[in-house]
Ligand binder design. Structure first.
Ligand code: 0L1
Ligand code: MG
Length: 260
């Protein structure tokens, strides 16, 4: 395990690159022995600093929740990151300022109204703790050159999370089959991705259970009042200035994004 001084130093380097939107060399090319625990401590450190400086924690994101995504980046398990208020976009404009090479992916977000904590949390506990579910978009923007990283690198970089947009809908958890939501993403009027919510660990509720169990390893849990992004329902779509995305969560909502 790394010493606290190194954790803090790497955390401030990554935070700088996130803030300035400047590409970063993989931290594992310099720190060969970094463990998964170190990587999550690095993530925790700069998020704590941001909160000390006035930002607010609003929840968690799960990443690499589909086999296809795990294969595409060569990491064979889900990872988590932290969501801050400053990462939230309200409205339809995705401003490229502060981003390097952003990609957008459709997700289902669970609002957790009751604490979920511990290695024994099961599906029924998650449903009891879920206040509502909303279609959402995550903007991922790995700070690493060419979106290329190892497991430890991506965890240390907040699981590539950069921005998120909630649709504004608050859907009752019991009203839909949440593993049967189809999604169609169009970029500039052309279909670029199609998928289904079952791509998220078979059912997005499994992503919440997995997150709770992963957090339990560090004695953490999902706090009441948190949003959780459960993971991409399709591959992420690269965007550039002038692009328009239309993302249909079939039967629920269509979200629009104008990239500027
Ligand atoms: O949210 C995600 O599934 C992305 C996690 C990190 C991998 C990537 O940056 O593509
Ligand atoms: Mg995601």
């Amino acid at each position: 395990m790394m010493i606290k001084k190194d954790i803090n130093m790497i955390a401030s380097v990554i935070a700088h690159h996130q803030k300035k939107a400047v590409e970063l060399e993989k931290i594992t090319s310099k720190y060969l022995d970094i463990t998964l625990e170190d990587a999550y401590l690095i993530q925790k450190e700069y998020i704590a600093k941001a909160i000390e400086a006035g930002d607010q924690s609003v929840g968690w994101k799960m990443g690499l929740t589909s086999l296809a995504k795990q294969r595409s980046v060569g990491v064979n398990q889900p990872i988590y990151g932290r969501l801050l208020k400053s990462m939230e976009i309200t409205g339809e404009i995705l401003n490229l300022k502060g981003l390097i090479h952003p990609r957008v992916e459709p997700e289902l977000a669970f609002f957790v109204k009751k604490e979920l904590k511990g290695p024994n949390v099961q599906e029924q506990d998650v449903w009891e703790a879920t206040g509502c579910i909303a279609p959402a978009l995550e903007v991922i923007d790995s700070r690493y050159k060419d979106f290329s990283f190892s497991h430890m690198d991506v965890v240390a970089d907040n699981a590539s999370s950069a921005r998120f947009i909630l649709s504004g809908l608050s859907l009752p958890p019991g009203q839909y089959n949440w593993d049967e939501i189809d999604v169609v993403m169009k970029k500039n009027n052309r279909v670029v991705q199609e998928g289904r919510s079952s791509a998220v660990l078979g059912h997005p509720v499994q992503s919440i259970i997995k997150l709770v169990h992963m957090l339990a390893v560090s004695g953490l849990g999902i706090e009441p009042g948190s949003w959780v992004l459960t993971g991409g329902m399709t591959e992420a779509v690269q965007v550039e200035n002038g692009d328009h995305l239309s993302i249909e969560f079939c039967g629920l909502d269509t979200m629009q994004v104008h990239v500027r």
